[in-house]
Design a protein around this ligand. Structure first.
Ligand SMILES: Cc1cc2nc3c(=O)[nH]c(=O)nc-3n(C[C@H](O)[C@H](O)[C@H](O)COP(=O)(O)O)c2cc1C
Ligand code: SF4
Length: 522
């Protein structure tokens, strides 16, 4: 591995201001949204911004749509990047009853706010896509599974559509209390199992959900952002879609930028855009960067100088053992202890296990604790490293879903990227310049637990109770989720207006400009 060094990204004027250059943005999904991201598009505004689209389609037009998705080359935006048209065809090929169509808006990754932004600010775009695909596959309804705090916006949108007679088939909004069932409850087979039995438990594949999903039916399950792109392809055609992005991976994508930046939030750029461009021109990072967590909470750490050479495409990110994942970019400045933050994320990941598979149930807490030991400045820190690497390597490919592999990737990338920090800890020192950067923040005082629970129970008639998924999970998960949400403020859910910035962060950035303190990693 090449030695990495701290990266100075931004040339500032004497006042310390770096003007944002929004020309990099390619607003398609986010078109028409208020710069603060606070105002949702109602049906009238949605039609004015994106153009009207008849959703009562003739059979030839429906067949033409599949061809359009194929030529557009749109890939899934939920993590794996699977070609959407291929997925559609495998559902069509599978026998076993009328297909089900599910939009996955469980949005369980706290380092990615894109799905929440879409569901609450541009709900009609997602619903258009679901309505089209449900017709194309001959489904009896379209289902949108959404985290509890996005449900009200979606239900308002569905009511507007019902009043206006927009959709030829019903659209169901099903709340997913992701804080209760955990991140793994958003995995495709877990979601289908939960919609069928109330137990949000992933199962081994095959069969894939395209063959055996909700109630045993072939199921087209895709991320909500994917459905929103589909709605725009139906309006503007595949050539228009391909005007952004790369030949192999066309279109735009939503990126959630968080961490040591003055402008955290969700932005839309073309696939394949350079990471350095995205950060410098849209996020205003702190002056000296250490590393980037690419792909969300289950993503991989990449030293900042290497990440800056990559683009937002899986082929480019593969060179640094990362992937786009949920589109999260978490920026770690040189003044922070990467091991301390990684330990917090690893604890959160460990709490997401559903407890079904031994290697995951035992292995995830073990690597989380070992990483916490490495994050403590003490001579014993180094000793935990080899055990951590051994256990993490044993997690790859284990279990019924991708959580163990994602966790293993994450922790191994942390020990690799923060080798310098580990040496410091061994000597009893730490890079964290402030106490709150060294240790996990205190648990949240039950914020939203009652609200989420109430919202969940209110929605209960729509689906069976979720007790199975819940009881199988180890205790403390809800709090873990909230703790990470505290570290990554939920302000992420908003796109910031140009010109606003965090005063505290700017002060630290200015100090750092004078005294870059971290020597090169070796
Ligand atoms: C542990 C785990 C959690 C996941 N959580 C989500 C999620 O919150 N939202 C989502 O869209 N996909 C999630 N996925 C991916 C889904 O299984 C599925 O691949 C995706 O929804 C398909 O959408 P796409 O084809 O549009 O990418 C998760 C996968 C794993 C392994
Ligand atoms: S691998 Fe982990 S999260 Fe996935 S099903 Fe098994 S126990 Fe649950």
């Amino acid at each position: 591995m090449t030695a990495s060094r701290p990266l100075h990204l931004v040339e500032r004027d004497p006042e310390g201001a770096a003007a944002p250059d929004r020309s990099l943005e390619r607003r398609r999904l986010l078109l028409g949204l208020d710069a603060t991201g606070d105002a949702a598009l109602d049906l009238g505004a949605h039609r004015a911004v994106h153009g009207d689209l008849s959703l009562r389609l003739s059979p030839p037009r429906l067949r033409g749509l599949l061809a359009d998705f194929d030529s557009a080359g749109v890939r899934g935006r939920g993590g794996a990047g699977f070609p959407f048209a291929d997925k559609l065809r495998s559902v069509q090929r599978a026998g076993g009853g009328r297909p089900a169509v599910v939009a996955n808006g469980s949005a369980g990754d706290p380092l990615s706010a894109k799905d929440f932004v879409l569901l609450t600010r541009a709900p009609h775009l997602v619903l258009d896509g679901v309505s089209l695909v449900a017709q194309l596959l001959g489904s009896d309804a379209g289902i949108v599974v959404a985290r509890a705090d996005a449900v009200a916006a979606l239900r308002r949108a569905v009511a507007e559509r019902e009043d206006a007679g927009v959709d030829p088939l019903p659209l169901l909004v099903v709340p997913h209390a992701v804080e209760e069932v955990g991140y793994a409850g958003g995995e495709a087979s877990a979601l289908c199992e939960w919609l069928t039995t109330g137990r949000a438990l992933p199962r081994r594949k095959p069969p894939r959900v395209s063959e055996h999903g909700v109630a045993g039916r072939p199921t087209l399950l895709s991320n909500v952002e994917t459905f929103a792109h589909v709605a725009l392809i139906a309006r503007h055609g595949p050539e228009w879609f391909r005007m952004e992005g790369t030949e192999d991976d066309p279109g735009t994508m939503l990126v959630t930028i968080a961490g040591d930046v003055a402008r955290p939030g969700v932005v839309e750029v073309g696939r394949g855009t350079g990471i350095q461009d995205v950060l410098v021109r849209l996020a205003e990072p702190s002056d000296v960067l250490q590393a980037l967590l690419v792909g969300g909470a289950g993503g991989s750490w990449v030293p900042a100088d290497r990440a800056a050479e990559c683009s937002l495409s899986d082929p480019s990110l593969r060179q640094v053992q990362a992937s786009i994942g949920t589109g999260g970019l978490y920026v770690l400045g040189a003044q922070r202890c990467g091991l301390a933050f990684s330990a917090t994320v690893a604890r959160w990941l460990a709490r997401q296990t559903t407890g079904q598979c031994g290697p995951c149930y035992r292995g995830l807490p073990a690597v989380a604790e070992l990483l916490a030991a490495l994050a403590t400045p003490a001579p014993s820190a180094q000793r935990a490293r080899s055990t951590l690497v051994r256990i993490a390597n044993e997690l790859f490919g284990r279990g019924a879903c991708g959580l163990p592999s994602a966790t293993a990737d994450f922790v191994l990338s942390a020990v690799e990227t923060f080798r310098f920090e580990l040496d410091l800890h061994h000597a009893g020192a730490c890079s964290g310049t402030e106490p709150d950067q060294r240790r996990e923040p205190p648990p949240a005082a039950g914020r939203d637990e009652a609200d989420a629970d109430a919202a969940y129970r209110e929605a209960a008639p729509l689906r069976p109770p979720v007790a199975g998924g819940r009881s199988a999970a180890p205790p403390g998960r809800t709090r873990g989720h909230e703790r990470l949400a505290q570290v990554v403020p939920l302000a992420l859910a908003h796109t910031r207006p140009p010109g606003t910035r965090s005063a505290a962060r700017r002060t630290r950035s200015a100090d750092l400009a004078r005294t870059p303190r971290k020597p090169p990693l070796s």
